[in-house]
Write a protein that binds this ligand. Structure first.
Ligand code: ACO
Length: 326
């Protein structure tokens, strides 16, 4: 079987910064509450003219440049998102057109904040099996487009961004070693955009009452997150025949610094072995992990032979993890 790994990374962020001090003027909250509960200090927010495909295209273009390959060599684009430009057509098709990547397969995937890991777990076996050569896997979310900025329970948490990787064949001994993905739909109500589809129809009343925005039971999501960050890590290590002591860098989903710290402490890792950007960007859903990966790559934090653990959780409820030998 071919070894498949990451050939290039890219990311894109809106310029506008929304600080905790800005939020203090919008809802009944404080910088002290937000920082102590979440670790978030500021987040990026897209303007009204920017859609997911704009940031996704920029991130994908940078990842292709970073990989040093031609758009002609891309056979598949998967876009993980819960905030597509439209319910259809797929945002991945809009990216395909924007980048002039010809005749490639393109589809969107919805798995909440685990979406990027789910998308990788689909694309990697396709390359291993020889069905395609290279794929662009994107995580993009503009959560600001579905956030109620009068709801302090949610609006302090989220931000916008896109991250992308190009994956393809790499030398033996490198690349993806194992995946673990899973779901527990019984927890679907804990993190949901209630009015957004065929079950919850969008009516004028729904829009006026802002019911087409994110609804979250923070405590339940928190408990779930702490549990599955641990079990998804144990499971992927078991599948790869490796141990927590083998991990060189943890790149977790960036929802809350307390959840990240729990995961880091369980692994016995020092702070410098974890990539953290939740303080600067908040929770960007499926974009959080690929943006953290791109920042680590461009900062020279990834050394050949390093073992990276990518692990996250999200709406569904879902979880995902993978191990990559850089
Ligand atoms: N400012 C001030 N007070 C607030 C704010 C705010 N922004 N938000 C909530 N509160 C209040 C609540 O009203 C509540 O008050 P009450 O007790 O009078 O009802 C109280 O603070 C709750 O405080 P805590 O119990 O200390 O909050 P907690 O420690 O549970 O932290 C948080 C809340 C940060 C939301 C936490 O539960 C969390 O991070 N959960 C996980 C959320 C998550 O990761 N979501 C994303 C999933 S990924 C995806 O798919 C998008």
């Amino acid at each position: 079987m071919k070894s498949v790994g990451i050939l290039g990374t890219g990311s894109a962020l809106p310029e506008r910064v929304l600080t905790n001090q800005d939020l203090e003027k919008m809802v009944d909250t404080s910088d002290e509450w937000i920082v102590s509960r979440t670790g978030i200090r500021e987040r990026r927010i897209a303007d009204e003219n920017t859609a997911s495909s704009d940031l996704a295209s920029e991130a994908a273009r940078k990842a292709i440049e970073n990989a040093g390959i031609s758009p002609r060599d891309i056979d598949l684009i998967i876009c993980a998102t819960v905030t597509p430009d439209y319910m259809f057509p797929a945002t991945a098709c809009l990216v395909q057109d924007r980048l002039g990547i010809e005749k490639t397969g393109a589809f969107d995937l919805s798995a909440g904040c685990s979406g990027f890991l789910y998308a990788l777990s689909c694309a990697v076996p396709m390359i291993q099996a020889g069905a395609i050569r290279n794929a662009v896997v994107i995580g993009v979310d503009l959560l600001s487009s579905i956030t109620d900025y009068t709801d302090r329970n949610t609006c302090v948490l989220f931000g916008d961004g896109a991250g992308a990787v190009v994956i393809g064949e790499v030398p033996e001994g490198h690349g993806f070693l194992a995946f673990d993905i899973g779901s527990d739909g019984s927890g679907s109500q804990h993190l949901i955009q209630n009015y957004s589809g065929s079950r919850g129809r969008i009516t004028p009343e729904v829009v006026v009452n802002k019911e087409n925005t994110i609804a979250m039971n923070g405590k339940e999501v928190f408990k779930f997150a702490v549990r599955v960050m641990n079990t998804a890590t144990e499971e992927v290590l078991r599948k790869a025949g490796l141990h927590k002591e083998d991990i060189d860098l943890l790149i977790p989903h960036q929802a809350n610094i307390r959840i990240i710290d729990y995961a880091r402490e369980r692994l016995g890792l020092p702070e410098e072995k974890v990539v953290v950007n939740v303080n600067r960007y908040g929770n960007m859903s499926s974009a959080s992990i690929p943006i953290a990966l791109d920042e680590a790559n461009r900062a020279g934090r990834l050394n050949g032979g390093d073992l990276l653990l990518l692990v996250g959780f999200g709406a569904g409820l879902t979880w995902g993890s993978t191990l990559v030998r850089w």
